[in-house]
Design a protein around this ligand. Structure first.
Ligand SMILES: NC(=O)C1=CN([C@@H]2O[C@H](COP(=O)(O)OP(=O)(O)OC[C@H]3O[C@@H](n4cnc5c(N)ncnc54)[C@H](OP(=O)(O)O)[C@@H]3O)[C@@H](O)[C@H]2O)C=CC1
Ligand SMILES: Nc1nc(=O)c2c([nH]1)NC[C@@H]1CN(c3ccc(C(=O)N[C@@H](CCC(=O)O)C(=O)O)cc3)C=[N+]21
Length: 280
């Protein structure tokens, strides 16, 4: 048996086209601003992809690039300016931030109505209470991928590998809101392989190249690979041993071309949602 690949690139293109059509019908252009502090290679790539997608959707899109040595007070004042700017519907501060800046202080400073990452405590709380407002883009994109692949979370045993604030935790909350039976595994989990093997839906978000082996996967399971890692040859590798998984899983997302493009499409969708809520 060969697993069915889930084409995130195609689904993301469809969602982006839908967002562009909805944006074209508005009497204003939705505005998205990305703030990038320093020059982390992966972040630079992501920011470029995002800017291109936002422009193609007809958004007003801007990237503010600040030097790596920027202080917290300086970044807070940039955010205050964006909060006050009526043309700005969405603010995304690219993570990770340099060590001299407290990430929590920055996230709390963003107007929750413009928090298109869904990382502000108010938006996190809404999701935790089962009534998501602006949901984090990667988990939201994964949820849409599952739906498009015809995978029903309701009643399914789901395993989320990873508990970060940007992927693992919100992913678990969304799956729970979708009536899955959710387990969260992490670096202190005793028998990772055994936990994975029980899952009908396996979401890998650890940041370890090809850590999830073929024999960790239940036959027929749906495998979502969030990992974006650089292999020895510089190529992108996911968190799952893709070749091995193909022979066991029922469906699987590739890297690249799986979760990543959906993250960007959902960022555009969140910006549209934020704009509609702010501007009516
Ligand atoms: N495609 C996309 O759109 C996106 C992709 N990514 C990618 O997804 C991956 C994860 O990102 P992110 O959540 O930010 O990463 P973090 O490093 O913040 O979190 C990793 C999580 O994995 C757990 N973990 C790490 N090593 C192990 C191990 N050996 N065994 C078990 N658990 C382990 C950690 O456990 P503990 O908490 O115990 O330390 C932690 O909860 C990365 O490759 C990242 O590049 C991220 C965002 C978007
Ligand atoms: N505030 C904040 N929000 C984020 O959402 C956020 C962040 N910080 N920091 C970094 C991670 C990582 N991330 C990715 C998004 C898209 C791709 C992506 O487009 N990937 C494509 C292309 C990759 C390529 O061509 O190299 C793919 O997987 O097919 C990857 C990674 C968002 N993140």
């Amino acid at each position: 048996m060969t697993a069915r690949p889930i084409d995130g690139k195609a689904l993301a293109a469809a969602l982006r086209a839908e967002v562009a059509a909805r944006a074209a019908a508005l009497p204003y252009r939705p505005g998205l601003v990305v703030v990038l502090v320093g020059e982390d290679a992966a972040s630079t790539l992501y920011v470029r992809n995002k800017e291109r997608a936002a422009r193609a959707a007809g958004f007003e899109s801007r990237t503010i690039r600040l030097p790596a040595e920027t202080g917290e007070a300086e970044l807070l004042s940039v955010i205050a300016g964006l909060n006050a700017d009526d043309a700005v519907d969405g603010i995304l501060v690219q993570l990770p931030l340099p060590a001299q800046i407290r990430t929590g202080a920055i996230i709390r400073a963003i107007d929750p109505a413009k928090d298109v990452d869904g990382f502000h405590p108010e938006n996190v709380a809404a999701l935790a209470l089962g009534a998501p407002r602006l949901a984090p883009c990667t988990p939201r994109g994964i949820f849409l991928l599952l739906r498009a692949a015809g995978v029903e979370p309701r009643g399914a045993r789901a395993l989320v590998l990873g508990r970060s604030n940007i992927v693992g935790r919100p992913m678990a909350a969304l799956l729970l809101a979708g009536d899955a039976t959710v387990t969260i595994a992490h670096s202190r989990t005793r028998d990772l392989a055994a936990e994975c093997r029980r899952a009908e839906i396996l979401i890998a978000a650890v940041g370890r190249p090809a850590m999830v082996k073929g024999d960790w996967i239940a036959p027929g399971a749906t495998v979502i690979d969030v990992g974006i890692n650089r292999g020895a040859d510089g190529a992108l590798v996911g968190d799952v041993d893709y070749q091995a998984a193909l022979g066991v899983a029922g469906a699987i997302t590739p890297v690249p071309g799986g979760v990543g493009p959906m993250t960007i499409a959902c960022l555009l969708e969140n910006t549209l949602i934020a704009a509609a809520a702010r501007r009516g």
